[in-house]
Ligand binder design. Structure first.
Ligand code: GDP
Ligand code: MG
Length: 172
């Protein structure tokens, strides 16, 4: 279901995870290279487009960002439909947000479509409450990619999107 129009690959990327983990910030950092310290509630679902050239491919990332209401199981299938990449984001300073990773993994595994899934440890510029090596072992166990990021400093954000984007393109 990857459309290739005029050599442009459209890749649906969904951000899931608890509220306040930095989903909107990651999308904004990647799409607009900006960061906002003040918290703005995401209203409903928002959608950002970003075209990038990655390993010679023109990739249009269609980034779906939501407010946390997506945690209601009934909304999940609609949100995930047609997705190529899912980022399960947690906040390294909030153990509870790491605890929610299983919910999302379960939802993604039950969804059926082949969605490349990444465990994203965001806010890595701050002191960690969640042990990174434990998260990495969990990711490896579950066959997930793992990236530690900071939407604030920009650390690993482009790399996260680019790596996953080229992986999806090359698989088709
Ligand atoms: P969302 O609810 O998952 O969309 O989270 P937001 O993107 O709105 O971010 C929640 C709060 O965390 C905001 O105050 C952001 O400025 C802050 N934040 C997001 N990412 C980072 C990060 O990488 N580092 C730091 N220090 N703060 C971040
Ligand atoms: Mg948000």
């Amino acid at each position: 279901n990857l459309q290739n129009t005029e050599n442009m690959y459209r890749i649906k990327t969904v951000l899931v995870g608890d509220i306040n983990v930095g989903k909107t910030s990651l999308a904004n950092r990647f799409a607009q290279d900006r960061f906002d310290n003040t918290y703005k509630h995401t209203i409903g679902a928002s959608f950002i487009n970003k075209t990038a050239i990655v390993s010679g491919y023109v990739i249009n990332f269609q980034i779906w960002d939501t407010a946390g209401q997506e945690r209601y199981r009934s909304l999940v299938p609609m949100y995930l439909r047609g997705a190529h990449i899912a980022f399960i984001v947690y906040d390294v300073t909030e153990m509870d947000s790491y605890g929610s990773v299983g919910f999302w993994l379960d939802a993604l595994q039950h969804h059926g479509d082949m969605i490349k899934t990444v465990l994203v440890a965001n806010k890595c510029d701050l002191e960690h409450s969640v042990d990174q090596s434990i998260a990495e072992i969990f990711a490896e166990d579950q066959n997930l990619m793992f990236f530690s990021t900071s939407a604030k400093t920009g650390y690993n954000v482009d790399k996260l999107f680019h790596t996953m984007g080229s992986m999806v393109v090359e698989q088709f």
